[in-house]
Design a protein around this ligand. Structure first.
Ligand code: RB5
Length: 146
């Protein structure tokens, strides 16, 4: 189960991602936005990330205008490792090396075609573990110091 969320700027891209997920038979929970009426990205990030932290969803896909505001917000939530990606390599390696559990996309930055490629590789790449596990554990340690 994938948690989806966006603000108003990310809404059109989120809708395109839903079409892709439907075509692959991947289930999701849509936390809004449900239209292009203005809605603030921080709580939109939280709605989807809470589903990941609770274990209800495995990963989140978050869309705003740049992908940045929603990723900054998501990374404030304990247990979330959110990566704002615009290229295939980063979307792949943030899974392999960072065990990222939230992919953030900028609807005003990349087109839906490219974004869907990133979603596809992000959802289909497993964490490599090994030496990368130690580093991810350090991220958690730092998070727990706050
Ligand atoms: C909304 O206008 C815009 O600021 C937001 O979608 C996002 O780009 C923020 O980082």
């Amino acid at each position: 189960m994938i948690a989806l969320s966006s603000d108003h700027a990310g809404f059109p891209l989120k809708e395109e991602i839903k079409v892709f997920l439907d075509s692959k038979g991947i289930e999701y929970k849509d936390c809004g936005a449900y239209n292009t009426d203005s809605v603030d990205y921080p709580y939109q990030a939280k709605k989807a990330c809470d589903l990941v932290v609770s274990g209800e969803c495995e990963k989140a896909i978050l869309c705003c205008g740049t992908g940045i505001g929603i990723s900054i917000s998501a990374n404030k939530i304990k247990g979330i490792r959110a990566a704002c990606c615009t290229d295939y390599f980063s979307a792949k390696y943030t899974r392999l090396h960072n065990d990222a559990n939230a992919l953030c996309l900028g609807a005003r930055v990349i087109g839906a075609g490219a974004a869907i490629e990133l979603v596809d590789v992000f959802l289909n790449t497993e964490f490599e573990g090994g030496r990368h596990q130690r580093r991810v554990d350090q991220i958690t340690e730092i998070e727990n110091m706050q």
